[in-house]
Design a protein around this ligand. Structure first.
Ligand SMILES: N[C@@H](CCC(=O)N[C@@H](CS)C(=O)NCC(=O)O)C(=O)O
Length: 242
């Protein structure tokens, strides 16, 4: 197959970009990356009318939203597919994916914006931004802006102890799911595993998230299984050099 040219417009550290890179790798697709600067998003409305990234550019079209990108890529390269063929399993995979994208993501944002975690978040977010006054300004503004988003969603209004307890309970639920199965939604890797794994990757970058995950051997083993299939090299958990 001659594949169409693909360009991934991304914020590198975004779990949604990680999710898309993983499926591109799994399907053996070549692609170029266009790293988006936080300060230029206002000028990129023709690429992403919602202002959100990742976006996959293909044949003059822009596909916004990692879930829509998964659907497009499953049509482009059906084998290996990430949507199970069995409708019940496909439904479960989509429920897991939506839970990861719309709920776990807010655990990520909330926990990583806590004072003890925010420096690592800023190093991650700003690693591709030009150094200088703009970066210093973003370093000052982001910790003020993020809690507004998490408070509007709700999690940001809860105490750290409650959020940590709740995310631990959710990860324990994953541990139980993985007691009898290697994968979350079907007998093989699916979009469920990729979406949830992209979120545990970032939540692991909050000390409380890491502690919760470290207590769960089946989840840790599943992460390694997902990574083996979807990453070119082992997941990099080091902090970027500021
Ligand atoms: N549902 C979207 C979520 C994408 C998303 O929230 N991306 C964040 C980065 S992690 C973003 O672009 N935020 C910028 C903004 O909200 O203006 C997807 O699955 O792609």
């Amino acid at each position: 197959m001659t594949q169409p040219k693909l360009v991934l417009w991304q914020y590198f550290i975004s779990p949604f970009a990680d999710k898309v890179r993983r499926v591109l790798h799994l399907k053996g697709l070549d692609y170029d990356v266009r790293e988006v600067k936080i300060t230029e998003t206002g000028r990129l409305k023709s690429v992403s009318p919602t202002g959100k990234f990742p976006v996959l550019e293909t044949a003059g079209k822009y596909i916004v939203d990692s879930t829509d990108i998964f659907d497009y890529l499953d049509e482009l390269v059906p084998d290996p597919g990430v949507t199970p063929e069995d409708p019940k399993e496909a439904g479960l995979a989509r429920i897991f994916e939506d839970w990861a994208d719309e709920s776990l993501y807010f655990y990520d944002l909330t926990m990583r914006s806590w004072p003890q975690n925010v420096e690592w978040l800023l190093d991650d977010l700003l690693q591709f931004e030009p150094k200088g006054w703009k970066q210093s300004l973003l370093r000052f503004l982001i910790p003020k802006g993020l809690p507004k988003a998490t408070k509007a969603q709700g999690l940001g209004r809860k105490g750290q102890d409650i959020v940590t307890r709740d995310v631990t309970v959710l990860f324990e639920a994953l541990e139980s799911q993985l007691a009898e199965s290697d994968w979350l939604a079907s007998k093989d890797l699916s979009r469920a595993d990729i979406a949830v794994r992209s979120m545990t990757y970032v939540i692991n970058r909050a000390v409380e998230g890491r502690a919760a995950l470290d207590g769960l051997p089946k989840v840790r083993a599943w992460e390694a299984r997902v990574d083996k299939r979807t990453l070119p090299a082992p997941a990099d958990n080091s902090r970027p050099k500021p």
